[in-house]
Design a protein. Structure first.
Length: 178
């Protein structure tokens, strides 16, 4: 008794209809491990790029220019001998002489001040600290002048410059739906 033609053809899940074996498929766990390895490599690449890029906490302003009019040597006449400009991101406490002295001692001394001109002369200085002024902060400036006898003026008015924070938050990169 002869078998029908269909009986001679092997048609199982591991062989093609022509009887040739299929390429063996990798088990599911191996495919999952390969996918996981790709994800880990991609994450490592992203992290290495993020670490190498210089993401500043705040941006910086290289310098700020302050302007004023010279007060003179003897009150409003003559020419003073020198200036002393101090600045800080801490607001000065002007409630007492001791608080003023404390702020003055802790504040940063600005350099590059001009020689005082005659009373009423417009003067200016560009203050440029190392690394610049950080955005997202306020800076307070106070100027004093000294005459040829070593007498020091009282504080000028307190000049304030607020530098807005211009850097947005970093994007969230791991948002997922559970």
């Amino acid at each position: 008794m002869s078998r029908p033609q269909a009986w001679n053809q092997r048609t199982c899940h591991c062989c093609a209809a022509d009887g040739a074996p299929d390429q063996p498929k990798a088990p599911a766990y191996r495919r999952l491990l390969a996918l996981l390895a790709l994800v880990v490599l991609f994450a490592a690449l992203v992290l290495s790029v993020l670490i190498l890029l210089p993401f500043p906490v705040h941006s910086q302003v290289a310098s700020l220019t302050l302007t004023w009019h010279a007060s003179g040597d003897d009150s409003l006449t003559g020419t003073a001998t020198s200036y002393d400009l101090r600045y800080s991101s801490t607001r000065p406490d002007t409630t007492s002489a001791a608080a003023k002295v404390s702020w003055w001692a802790a504040a940063t001394v600005a350099s590059g001040l001009p020689t005082p001109g005659p009373s009423g002369t417009a003067q200016s200085v560009a203050v440029a600290p190392p690394g610049g002024f950080l955005t997202g902060r306020s800076y307070y400036f106070v100027l004093r002048s000294t005459d040829d006898a070593g007498n020091q003026s009282d504080w000028s008015n307190v000049a304030l410059k607020s530098l807005p924070d211009t850097i947005p938050p970093a994007p969230i990169l791991d948002l997922r739906v559970q």
